[in-house]
Ligand binder design. Structure first.
Ligand code: KIV
Length: 273
């Protein structure tokens, strides 16, 4: 049980609220497996998200829509094994909370029970406030997600910045307040103009975690495989690549192939007796 014996304190959602109050930025990143989870844990992030982005990023799907509860449980469980310190959040996938409130509680509850996560995340504004309230009432911490909500990509007409018009921006602020009042402990703000994210962040007392929403959010999240340069085809303006692991992997595999073919691998130092 490395998770219990680790000397660092395991963060709670209350620590995240305190970080907002004290003006300390919150760092969140995605992970989908134990190996990368242990790396992000060692790097000292505050929150880890098992995003339904696992469907496009790892499974080669076009959108997050095909992700299932079973897949989220599988990835949540293996990520948990790699973590000692950060708050673990698992996405509620498409149609796991939209059909009915009892369904949402059953699915979110299963995810929490089977993965050991601290919280679930769901997409959408005021329309989903009763669902957030019911989950929180059942003892399930909820993170909201406003702005570009990938599960509604078809309805939104693609990967587009949200809240550009004044009425849409005002709606985002109202949505954020509704989600906070329903009991959410934080929310992701995805793809919106900086002033809109700043207004939302000011309007709520729970932390906002931005992705493509500018620097005024209480924290930032990136998809791990995007920021490591592993998902090379995805190049939105907001994304900063902190490494080029895709290129490094291609070059390493190419060297291995060449050395097998020309007989340099395995050499004497890699050969028994
Ligand atoms: O699924 C995901 O990875 C997300 C992040 C983009 C916030 O929701």
């Amino acid at each position: 049980m490395a998770y219990l014996s680790d000397s660092r304190k395991r963060l709670t959602i209350h620590d995240l609220l305190k970080m907002k109050r004290e003006g300390r930025k919150i760092v969140m990143i995605t992970a989908y497996d134990a190996l990368f989870a242990s790396l992000v844990d060692a790097a000292g992030v505050d929150m880890v998200l098992v995003g339904d982005s696992v469907a496009p990023v790892l499974a080669g799907e076009e959108t997050t829509i095909p992700a299932t509860v079973e897949q989220m449980i599988y990835h949540g469980k293996i990520v948990r094994r790699g973590l000692t310190h950060p708050v673990l959040v698992v996405d509620l996938p498409f149609l796991s909370y939209q059909v009915s409130i009892p369904d949402a509680i059953a699915n979110a509850g299963r995810i929490l029970k089977k993965t050991g996560a601290t919280a679930v995340k769901l997409e959408g504004g005021s329309r989903w406030a009763p669902t957030v309230a019911a989950l929180v009432g059942a003892g399930i911490p909820v993170m909201g997600h406003l702005g570009f909500t990938p599960q509604s990509v078809h309805q939104l007409g693609g990967f587009k910045i949200q809240g550009k018009q004044a009425d849409a921006a005002a709606q985002l602020v109202d949505d954020a307040i509704a989600i906070e009042q329903a009991g959410a402990f934080s929310m992701v703000l995805e793809l919106m103009p900086r002033p809109v994210a700043a207004a939302v962040t000011k309007a709520v007392s729970i932390p906002t975690i931005g992705i493509g929403a500018g620097p005024d959010c209480d924290g930032q999240v990136l998809v791990l495989h995007d920021m490591l340069g592993l998902n090379e085809g995805f190049t939105p303006k907001f994304l900063k690549r902190y490494a080029e692991l895709g290129q490094a992997a291609r070059e390493a595999i190419g060297r291995f192939a060449a050395e097998v073919r020309d007989g340099h691998y395995p050499g004497p130092e890699h050969t028994h007796g």
